[in-house]
Design a protein around this ligand. Sequence first.
Ligand code: AGP
Length: 611
Amino acid sequence: MIVCGIVGYIGTRLAVPVLLEGLKKLEYRGYDSAGIAVIEDGELVLNRSVGKLHMLEGKINGDAHQGHVGIGHTRWATHGRPSDRNSHPHTDCTGKIAVVHNGIIENFLELKEWLEENGHVFQSETDTEVLPHLVEHFHQGDLLRAVEQMVSKVRGSYATVVLSEDHPGTLVAARKDNPLIVGLGEGEYFFASDIPAIINYTRKIMVLEDGEIAVLTAEGVKVYKNGSPVEKEIQLITWDTKAAEKGGYPHFMIKEINEQPRALRDILTGRIAPDFSGVDLQEVSLTAEQIKNIRKIAVVACGTAYHAGIVGKYVMEKMLRIPVEVDIASEFRYRNPLIDAHTLTVIISQSGETADTLAALKEAKARGSRVVAITNVVGSSIAREAHDVVYTWAGPEIAVASTKAYITQLLGIYLLTLFLGKELGRIPAGEMTDILHHLYQLPKQAQDILDHLNEQLNKMAEIFNQWEDTFFVGRGLDYAVALEGSLKLKEISYVHAEAYAAGELKHGTLALIVKDVPVLALCTQPDVFEKTVSNIKEIKAREAHVIGVAFEGNKEIGKSVDEVIYIPETLPLLAPVLTVIPLQMLAYYASVHRGCDVDQPRNLAKSVTVE
Ligand code: AGP
C-alpha cells in the first residue's frame, strides 16, 4: 500500500480514541478501509472495516476499550481490493502479532510461497500479510531481533509498526522509503505517517530515516540502524492542523505537484526489468496471441485523463505502428464506435468512477473488445469492470485539478506501450533499454524542475493578472501537452486559455492574437522544431508576448520568444512528463495571484459520477 496512514500509541491514555483521532487526520492519505489493534487485558484485540473511518468507528463505539498500547491504519489499496479481510492490521497464524504497513513488498509472492512451505496460512490478498508471518517465523522472545530479521528478508518500500501480545509494553517500527515519525509526549509516545495524526498531543518529533528501526516503550524511544543505537535529533513542529494535512503546503494542488517525483518513482517500482530489457506488467494478462491480433487501439477518457490519452495516441502509433483512436467518453458511447474483438480499448480515469468513462468501458466490452484500464483507485467501478488494470499508484488526489494522476497516467501509457511493443517485437532491444534508462531519470528531473523553476513561474504567472485570454501552442506531443496546460489554467484561474496545434493558427485563430497577449509555445520535439519556430514568428508578427518551453541547452529558442522556461532534457518521446510540470505550476500561481479557490474551483467536482 503506497500511500496509507499509520499510527501507533503507547502511554497512559486509552489507546483507541488516540488511534481513531490520528487516523481521522490521516484519511487524506487513504480512505477505502481501516483498522486498529490494541492490547487489552494481555490480549490482542483487532477491529477492521472496509469503507471510510466512520464504518470502523461504528464497529468499535460502545465497546469499553481499556488498552493503552495499539496500532492503527487507514488504507489506500494497491494489492487486494478494499475489504474487511484485506484491511490492516494483519496478523500471524497465532493471532498474537499484528502489523500495519505503508509501502509495497515487491518480493511478497516469493516470501508467501516460502512461508506457506513452512506451514503458514494466509487470510488476505495483500502483500503486507507476509510481515506478521515473518515476525512469527523469526520470533525467539526478542521482538526487535525478529523485526530486524523480517526487514532483512523484504525487498521494496515500507513504513511498518509491529505489536505483539507477548510484548504488551512495546511497539517496534521500521522504515524504508515511506515516511514515519515518532512523537514524543510526556510519558507517552506515538508513531505516525505524518504530523497531523499527533499534532494535538505533541509538537516534538523524530523523523525516522531509511533503514532505521525504532522501539517505543512507556520509558521512551530507542532507535537502531544495522543493530547499533542511533542518536536522533528532536524537531519542534510549529504548523497548525489544517496546514499539517497539506504537509505545510498552502494548498493540496501544490502539495500534489510536489509529490510527482515520488509518484513517478512509485509507478515504476517493480515494473522495469532489473537489466532494463523490458517492462514487467504482471497485471496485464493479455496473451501473446491476443496481442498479435490487435488491429486497433481505442483510448477513451474524460478531461485530463483524455489529454493523457492523446499523448498515448502519438506514443503508441509511433512505437507499435497500430492505429489508435482517442475519444472523449461522452462522445464515444453514443457514436456507435467501430470497436470489435480486434480492438484493445484503453480506459483512463483517476477516480475510476467517472460515469461517462465507465459507460464507455461497458460499451467497448459489449462489442467484444479487450479492456485495459489505467486508474488510480483500487476496487473502483472501472477497475472492477476492466479485464486488466494498470494502477497508477499516485495516492489520493484531493485537489480537483488533476496533476500527479495525469503524470502517472502518462507513465502507465509508456509502460503499456513498451510491454505491447516487446511482445510484438516492434521495439529493438537497444531502443528499449535507452527508453527505460530515460524513464528512470524522470523522477530526479521532475524534482529539478520543482527545485529550480518555482520562483520564475511564480513571477511569470503574474501576467495573468492583466489577461483574461491566452493561448497554448505546440506540434505533435507538445500539442497534446498544450491541451492539458490550457485546461489546468482554465479550471483553477478562470483565464480563458485555448490550446492549438501550432500549424493550425493561421487557419483562423491567428485573428485573436493581439499585442502583448500571452502565448505559451511548447518546443521539445526536434523533428518539428523549425516548423514550430516559424509558427512562433507568425504569432510574434502580431506582437504577442511569447513564452517558450524548451529543453535546457536549446540555444535557438531564445532568439524567437520573449521568455523561456527551460526543462531538463529527456527523449522527445518522454517530454510530456516534464513539460507539463511548469504548466501546472504556472496555472497554480495564476490561480493564487487571482485569489481563486485553488483546490475547489467553482462549478467543478473531483469525480464526475453523473452523465
Ligand atoms: C482535471 O483536472 C479534472 N479534474 C477533470 O477534467 C478530470 O480529469 C475528469 O473529470 C476525469 O476524471 P477521472 O480521471 O477521475 O475519470
